[in-house]
Design a protein around this ligand. Structure first.
Ligand code: ADP
Length: 415
């Protein structure tokens, strides 16, 4: 089966084409055929298309909307020049899998998209006003381009965290706010945490019900998850992705009273303060330089920039605190797992985060840590380390493709 994976943002469409089926999932032999990104949809779009094993093709074209972007991707995939042998016509795309940001409390698993499901996703727009409308547009665009008969599956960022117990997902606010408006912790990056936990089980030959780990997705957005007996029991992002760890441009945890204080002192509206917390804070805000961890590490190393160092230190300190609190919350864990652009590539950040954990028996292996970058996976602690640490590159698209196949085939989804 050739599955088109769509991740539609407000002005972008990210895609992958993956060949997979039940047998390939079993043998771990799924194959990516192509990937790409269309940016600035709605204007002069920047298009990057890359068939596997070929150099990426870059171009620009005016694309009116998401539908035009999906059409362009399909046309390219079918064309001789793309070089994708498996896709010659629209009939060679057998299903579409969508990344949907918010599934609220309703969607605890990936589902086949029906009119009712689409309404359910629309019902969550209140909770994710920036993301879910773009996902709905993506689903409608794919329906228009491929016809309503083609199976489409929604995979939710929040679904994996629906196993959180009530004492972990409820805020200590007046209970009626939860009852009336569903204000609670949902958590995000669920597809990534779930994929990483699955790979951990494979790598270490651990049964699901004995998988007790803390996963750290450290990319531009960052989140941690406490996974006990294979299930997410706590996670750092909350009602929105703003809570928790320090991120590229998001503050993560702050005293909520700061919002009103900044409003008054800086003469900003609540919305403007929210934008400041989401877009001008985190690594960017502290350093005053950039949200890019690689650049910050360079600045700190080459120019000994004080605020770059501080941003890195705050980032690592917060991650360490979360690890400590999750270890307490879940009565210990067997391993930490690093994923995401920073987690997969920066041995320095991993070492910094792990530095304060020696009392727990975490002994980093410097050589292994240094070598496990650039997409490699494996153990980065010494063999004798009581608490282990691993690097496992995440692959959300692969999990979306596999869920699409499973949902269509009626197979269980817990891996
Ligand atoms: P997104 O969350 O947008 O998918 P990524 O997971 O790609 O982002 O992570 C982006 C982050 O990873 C950036 O801060 C980038 O600097 C960082 N990163 C990528 N490679 C390295 C590296 N070699 N060292 C340190 N940070 C890196």
């Amino acid at each position: 089966m050739n599955v088109l994976i769509l991740n539609c943002g407000s002005s972008s469409v990210k895609f992958q084409l993956i060949a997979t089926d039940a047998g390939r999932i079993e043998r771990n032999t799924d194959e990516r055929l192509a990937r790409g990104l269309v940016e600035r949809v709605g204007g002069e779009s920047i298009i990057t298309l890359e068939a596997e094993g070929r150099p990426p093709q870059r171009s620009t074209a005016p694309l009116r909307d998401t539908r035009a972007a999906v059409e362009l991707v399909l046309r390219w995939a079918c064309a001789e020049e793309s070089g994708i042998a498996e896709v010659k016509s629209i009939a060679d795309v057998h299903a579409v899998g969508h990344r949907v940001v918010h599934g609220g409390e309703h969607f605890t698993h990936s589902v086949l998209i029906t009119d009712e499901v689409l309404r359910g996703i629309e019902d969550c727009i209140d909770l994710a006003p920036l993301h879910n409308p773009a996902n709905v547009k993506g689903i409608n665009a794919a329906r228009e381009v491929f016809g309503k008969g083609l199976p489409q599956v929604a995979v939710f960022d929040t679904a994996f965290h629906q196993t959180l117990p009530d004492y972990a997902y409820l805020y200590a606010l007046p209970y009626q706010l939860y009852r009336r408006h569903r204000i609670r912790r949902y958590g995000f990056h669920g597809t990534s945490h779930r994929y990483v936990a699955y790979r951990y089980r494979q790598l270490t030959n651990t049964p699901r019900d004995r998988t007790n780990i803390i996963t750290l997705h450290l990319g531009n957005g960052c989140s941690a998850a406490a996974i006990r007996a294979g299930n997410s029991v706590d996670t750092s992002m909350g009602l929105t992705p703003l809570e928790g760890l320090v991120m590229g441009t998001r503050s993560g945890d702050i005293d909520p009273a700061i919002i009103e204080f900044v409003e008054a002192k800086e003469g900003l509206s609540a919305l403007e303060v929210e934008a400041l917390l989401n877009k001008q804070s985190g690594l960017l805000g502290v350093s005053g330089l950039t949200n890019d961890m690689r650049e910050l590490l360079d600045e700190a190393r080459e120019n000994d920039d004080r605020r770059a160092r501080l941003a890195i230190e705050i980032f690592c300190y917060r991650a360490r605190k979360y690890i400590g609190s999750y270890l307490a919350a879940m009565n210990g864990a067997d391993a930490l797992v690093f994923a995401g652009g920073i987690g997969e590539n920066s041995a320095e950040i991993r070492a910094n985060i792990c530095e304060g954990l020696s009392w727990l028996g975490l002994e980093l292996d410097t050589g292994r840590n240094a070598q496990t970058t650039g997409g490699r996976e494996g153990l980065i602690t010494k063999d004798a380390s009581r608490l282990k640490a691993y690097v496992i590159p995440t692959n959300e698209e692969l999990l979306i493709a596999r869920d699409t196949v499973r949902v269509i085939g009626g197979a269980p989804q817990h891996t």
